[in-house]
Design a protein around this ligand. Structure first.
Ligand code: FES
Length: 150
């Protein structure tokens, strides 16, 4: 076990965890932030996506000891009032069905727009291809990202 100081959504959190504990476990189980979802636990589905700095990554596949100094953003911290352009576009396009994967979808889309504010449809499809949705909301996700892009 070791002590870690993590900056999540702009606030510092002290946690005691084993060095190989996935960041996802820290976020959900130690800090009780349930917006980030557990899907496969093996880096295959994207449900657990968060931002580390400006980069979207799968928190089930990053050990807490690897996080370092960079800030983490979860879906709870993407905006103050759910008014991030992606969240507004998600609402406007009525994207979610069951909703389980959608936090990860939005966070992966947020990472895409940080590195490419005006992605083409092909770029969106490539960037989002690894985020699985059992309800098949892919077309609405793409439309929402196009709406939120500049
Ligand atoms: Fe992390 Fe599936 S839970 S990729």
């Amino acid at each position: 076990m070791a002590n870690y100081t993590l900056t999540i959504n702009g606030s510092q959190h002290q946690v005691e965890a084993s060095e190989d504990m996935p960041l996802l476990w820290v976020i959900r189980d130690l800090l009780d932030m349930k917006g980030t979802k557990f899907g496969c636990g093996q880096g295959l589905c994207g449900a657990c996506t968060v931002l580390l700095g400006d980069t979207a990554l799968r928190s089930c596949s990053l050990r807490v000891s690897e996080v370092g100094e960079q800030g983490i953003t979860t879906i709870e911290g993407l905006s103050q009032n759910g008014d991030h352009p992606l969240q507004k576009a998600w609402t406007a396009h009525i994207v979610p069905q069951c909703g389980y994967c959608q936090a990860g979808q939005i966070m992966n889309a947020a990472g895409l727009l940080k590195r490419n504010p005006s992605p083409s449809e092909d770029e969106i499809e490539n960037a989002m291809a690894g985020n699985l949705c059992r309800c098949g909301t892919y077309n609405r996700i793409k439309e929402a990202i196009l709406t939120a892009s500049t």
